[in-house]
Design a protein around this ligand. Structure first.
Ligand code: AQP
Length: 344
């Protein structure tokens, strides 16, 4: 069955947005708006799978919204909203938690990493996070999902859930006139030279909001001096840059910085090495500082300007939520019939 093409993705309001979120996800969100109907969500229900200070969560939610707009997503053409304003996400997540198997969730590496050794003390929400993520996507029957490499496994689980729902309820889907399949199998869009941006302090670790060292990441709101300082201090090795991409193997920090340059410049790693092969890191880092400041500086400034006006940001979220709710309500109405819930 052919589904109407639609893009969905989300970002958690859990701290400062960084270069990894920008290159791995938000730049893709911006590019896709020309060719698709897009739904972009500030996933506050996901955020509370680990403790969030209620006094801080609204600020973080508005900051992610500001980042979406400052990076170039048009809230008039596409939907920007926060997840908790559309209750259908949680409703479908419950149904999906009855479709997904415990064995599937047991294989999720992100839960193992985030729960760490203290698994018994992790929230149930952190464990069932991927079923909510499947609901986020499928409540809009979205067909394409731009994410960073770290979300690949969760996306595969979303496809498995969609497939199992279609199989389990196949007869009912058919008898209610929805053809052979109600949910599309969403395609992950994980492309480009920076699908997994690594920490500036350790090229084997993902750049992450929760890393205790602020020097491990470039935040979208960092000023030019801070960006320059963080890049100058970024860990490297003593060799000059290679001329070929193969020379980056076994050099995770060099590979990461070249990937960041390539993604910011909109070129491939090969092109970067054509320009900088044989150069010392001091030369390359100086060029990377200029590029990063030129690209991120205006975004950070615009974000700071937008968050000054929380009423305007809340209006974007309110309007986006109303549009999202209308789409989600259609899906849930059909899902209730398919599952066999009585309406009276
Ligand atoms: N380092 C990264 N490189 C490329 N893409 C990344 N993403 C996150 N980190 C990188 C992508 O950004 C989108 C939004 O991520 P999120 O905020 O919803 O969740 P996350 O992946 O848990 O982000 P963090 O920074 O790693 O947070 P913590 O520290 O809380 O775990 C997603 O598409 C993600 O792939």
């Amino acid at each position: 069955m052919a589904f109407q093409e639609r893009v969905f993705s989300g970002v958690q309001p859990t701290g400062s947005l960084h270069l990894g979120n920008y290159l791995g996800a938000i730049t893709k969100f911006v590019a896709l708006q020309d060719n698709y109907d897009c739904v972009y969500c500030v996933v506050d229900l996901h955020a509370i799978t680990v403790w969030q200070d209620p006094a801080e969560l609204p600020r973080a939610t508005r900051e992610v919204t500001a980042a979406f707009v400052a990076c170039g997503i048009d809230p008039r053409k596409h939907i920007i909203f926060n997840q908790s304003q559309v209750a259908e996400h949680a409703e479908l997540a419950w149904i999906f938690s009855c479709v997904a198997r415990i064995g599937w969730l047991n294989r999720m590496t992100q839960f193992k990493e985030k729960a760490g050794k203290d698994r018994e003390n992790a929230s149930v929400g952190l464990y069932s996070y991927p079923t909510l993520m499947a609901a986020d996507i499928l409540v809009y029957r979205a067909t394409h999902v731009p994410v960073g490499e770290d979300q690949k496994q969760h996306l595969e689980l979303s496809r498995d859930i969609a497939q199992k729902f279609n199989n389990d309820f196949g007869g009912s889907i058919h008898s209610h006139g929805y053809g052979d399949a109600f949910f599309p199998l969403p395609e992950p869009l994980i492309q480009g030279p920076a699908t997994r941006v690594m920490s500036l302090r350790d090229g084997t670790k993902k750049m992450s909001k929760s890393d205790p060292s602020d020097y491990s990441r470039i935040n979208l709101t960092d000023d030019a001096d801070t960006i320059a300082q963080k890049i100058r201090k970024a860990k490297t090795d003593p060799e000059p840059l290679p001329s070929e991409e193969a020379g980056l193997a076994q050099r995770p920090e060099a590979d990461n910085l070249v990937g960041i340059f390539a993604a910011l410049a909109g070129i491939g790693k090969t092109d970067v090495l054509r320009q900088f092969g044989g150069a010392q890191f001091s030369t390359f880092k100086a060029a990377l500082v200029d590029l990063a400041v030129a690209k991120l500086g205006p975004i950070g400034e615009e974000m700071k300007r937008l968050v000054q006006d929380p009423v305007a940001i809340d209006a974007i979220l309110g309007e986006g939520s109303a549009r999202a709710r209308a789409l989600a309500a259609q899906t849930m109405s059909a899902v209730r019939d398919i599952v066999g819930f009585v309406r009276s």
